[in-house]
Design a protein around this ligand. Sequence first.
Ligand SMILES: NC(=O)c1ccc[n+]([C@@H]2O[C@H](COP(=O)([O-])OP(=O)(O)OC[C@H]3O[C@@H](n4cnc5c(N)ncnc54)[C@H](OP(=O)(O)O)[C@@H]3O)[C@@H](O)[C@H]2O)c1
Length: 270
Amino acid sequence: MKIAFIGAGNMASSLIRGLQAGAVPADDIIAADPVQRQLAALADLGVQTTTDNAVAVASADTIVLAIKPQVTGTVLGQLPPLNSHQLVISIVAGIDMSSLQDWLPQGQPIVRCMPNTPALLGAGITGLFANREVSAQQREAASQILNSVGSSVWVAQEAQLDAVTAVSGSGPAYFFLLMESMVASAQRLGLDPSISRQLVVETARGAALMACQPGADPATLRHNVTSPGGTTEAALNTMQAQGLADTVDTALHAARDRAETLAVEFGSKA
Ligand SMILES: NC(=O)c1ccc[n+]([C@@H]2O[C@H](COP(=O)([O-])OP(=O)(O)OC[C@H]3O[C@@H](n4cnc5c(N)ncnc54)[C@H](OP(=O)(O)O)[C@@H]3O)[C@@H](O)[C@H]2O)c1
């Protein structure tokens, strides 16, 4: 499988490193970007590079769009016509399937993805959605590429990708905000800033590791660490009384609604 990356920024670099760690040969990867500096870093990994997107796609089985939403229509409009066997994988946030189909030849197999930032460390989670033209083998290829920087899930309806955006796409920032609030509170409780940060970050890591155990359920884990009349219960009762669950629900709906709006702003119908 020959893979071409259009855009050689942060996500493309992480995916290429992930693929190489998974034993995909450097010869099977080509990256295109107008910025020579970005390409130089990838050339050091042994992959082919070019400043011409047309050269990159010429012999590719799979083309990964890793560019900003604002330039996507222009970039796709300037590509030579693709053949109907070439799979296009878009990780571009906010560009929906209908826009990609408008900008690409009719009948092009396309997978639209929503990765998240921990992908940069190989710990991402990606939602994927395929149009009807994508074969089982191409689905497998898309999973393999995105799984190289973490894990992935397929959704059956494109609208669910906006929900994925609200949950895992924007999700890291929700945990960062909680950590930020806990660090500030730890200091108000009299702890040093560096100790506060260490306590919070390591607690987040430990809680995430526990939640990642096979069969682990967050509600059960919470129940197991909450003694009746204890300190944890005092904190959790306060969070619940102040409407944490409703706040989270309203916030995720706002993110989902914003994803829908951005798809219109950036898309071919704008
Ligand atoms: N980073 C994340 O965690 C994350 C998560 C989910 C989704 N995404 C999506 O993934 C996409 C890439 O994100 P990123 O963080 O990798 O962005 P990035 O680092 O800015 O990479 C985009 C690259 O595309 C290049 N580019 C611009 N115009 C081009 C053209 N005409 N042809 C080829 N390449 C071109 C850019 O060059 P210039 O710098 O010169 O513009 C840049 O090197 C975005 O659409 C983003 O929404 C990212």
